[in-house]
Ligand binder design. Structure first.
Ligand SMILES: Nc1nc2c(c(=O)[nH]1)N[C@H]1C(S)=C(S)[C@@H](COP(=O)(O)O)O[C@H]1N2
Ligand SMILES: [Mo]
Length: 320
C-alpha cells in the first residue's frame, strides 16, 4: 500500500502551469524519488488534512506496473483535471451518494486478492486472479474526456488495457452478443450497500460486443500514473469515454457473455432517464436537465457538450 501525498503547494502550481505539464513533471519527480511503486509509504494521513494536503491511497500489488507508457494516440484538447479534485468528487453509490465523501468511506473495502469470474457464452469460463491476468496484458496510459450524465466532466489519464485484449483471451462463442459486468457486493465493506438497501445491488452494466471490443473501451487499473485509488473503482473498472459515466462500472468481479441484451442498474431504476446505450449527445436532453453543455469539475467552466463526447470518429459507425 502506498500513499501519494499531494501537497498543497503542488495543487497551487497545478493552477499556474498547464496541468498536463505539472502532472508529467510530478509523475517523474515521484518516480525519481522512488515514491512510486509497491511498498512506498509517502506521508501518513494524520496531520495532512489539517495542513490542507490530500493523501491518495494507492494500493499496488505488483511492483513496476506504473507509470505505464502513454499512448499518444489518445490525447485530448482539454487540460487535465488535477488529481486532488478528481479523487474527491466520485460517484460510487456502494459507499455513499455524497460525491465528496466517497474517498473517506472506502477504508474497509478489500481489493487484494481480487478475482474476476468469466461466465456465459465463452470458451474459457472460470475464475481468474487479477494479478495473473495483469501479467498477460500490456498496460498503457490514455488521456480521455469523462462525462457524467449529471453534466459534469473531467479529463483524466487512465492506465489500463483494452477490454478486447481480455475478450480475445477468453474466446467468446458465436452466440455472444453482449457483455454484462457486475460490481462486488459486500455490505460489511461498503456502507452504501448496507444503508441504502433499496438499490438493486450489486451494480451491473452492459455493452454490445461491438462496443466492448471497440478500441476506446478500456479496463482501467490505474489513474494519474499509479494504481487506482479505491474511490475510482479499484482494482479494475471499465472506461467507455463516449458514454455517460454510469456505464463505466467500477470494481468489477464478473464479466458475462450473453445472447440477450442485459439490463443495467440505472436503466432498471429509472428507464426513462437512463437508457442502455447512454451515448453522450448534446441534442438529447435528460428528462430533468439539458445535456447541451457540461461543467468542468476543476474550473467550474461551462463548455459545450460534444457528440459522443468528442469520440465520433472512433464510435460513430457503431450506431445507425
Ligand atoms: N459500481 C459502481 N460503478 C460506478 C458507479 C457506482 O455508483 N457504482 N457510478 C458511475 C458513475 S454515475 C460515474 S459518473 C462514474 C464516476 O467515476 P469516478 O468517481 O472515478 O469519477 O462511475 C460509474 N461507475
Ligand atoms: Mo455519472
Amino acid at each position: 500500500m502506498a500513499f501519494i501525498h499531494i501537497k498543497k503547494d503542488w495543487v497551487l502550481s497545478d493552477r499556474l502551469a498547464t496541468p498536463e505539464d505539472v502532472y508529467v513533471n510530478r509523475r517523474y519527480f515521484m518516480k525519481a524519488m522512488g515514491l512510486v511503486g509497491a511498498g512506498a509509504l509517502i506521508g501518513a494521513s494524520s496531520g495532512c488534512e489539517a495542513a490542507g494536503d490530500f493523501v491518495v491511497e494507492v494500493p499496488e500489488s505488483i511492483p513496476g506496473l506504473y507509470p505505464a507508457t502513454r499512448n499518444e494516440k489518445y490525447r485530448v484538447d482539454r487540460a487535465l483535471t488535477p488529481e486532488k479534485i478528481a479523487a474527491q468528487y466520485n460517484n460510487f453509490y456502494e459507499f455513499t451518494t455524497d460525491k465528496a465523501r466517497v474517498h473517506t468511506l472506502t477504508g474497509k473495502f478489500e481489493i487484494h486478492p481480487w478475482q474476476i469470474e468469466i461466465a456465459g457464452e465463452v470458451e474459457k469460463p472460470g475464475v481468474y486472479d487479477l494479478d495473473d491476468l495483469l501479467k498477460k496484458v500490456t498496460l498503457e496510459e490514455r488521456v480521455y474526456r469523462f462525462r457524467c450524465v449529471e453534466a459534469w466532466a473531467m479529463t483524466v489519464p487512465w492506465t489500463g488495457f483494452p477490454l478486447k485484449a481480455l475478450i480475445d483471451q477468453v474466446q467468446p462463442k458465436s452466440g455472444a452478443k453482449y457483455v454484462r459486468m457486475v460490481t462486488f457486493n459486500r455490505p460489511e465493506q461498503a456502507p452504501g450497500i448496507k444503508n441504502e438497501s433499496w438499490y438493486p445491488w450489486p451494480y451491473f452494466e452492459g455493452l454490445t460486443m461491438a462496443e466492448a471490443t471497440n478500441e476506446l473501451t478500456l479496463l482501467a487499473t490505474g489513474i494519474y500514473g499509479h494504481a487506482l485509488p479505491k474511490q475510482h473503482g479499484a482494482p479494475i473498472r471499465l472506461v467507455t469515454p463516449w458514454k455517460y459515466g454510469y456505464k463505466s462500472i467500477k470494481s468489477i468481479v464478473k464479466i458475462e457473455f450473453t445472447k440477450r441484451r442485459p439490463s443495467t442498474f440505472w436503466n432498471e431504476l429509472a428507464p426513462k432517464e437512463y437508457d442502455f446505450y447512454a451515448n453522450v449527445n448534446p441534442k438529447k436532453p435528460h428528462p430533468r436537465w439539458s445535456q447541451a453543455s457540461e461543467r468542468l469539475i476543476d474550473t467550474g467552466d461551462r463548455v459545450p457538450t460534444r457528440m459522443y463526447n468528442g469520440y465520433e470518429e472512433q464510435v460513430g459507425h457503431l450506431y445507425g
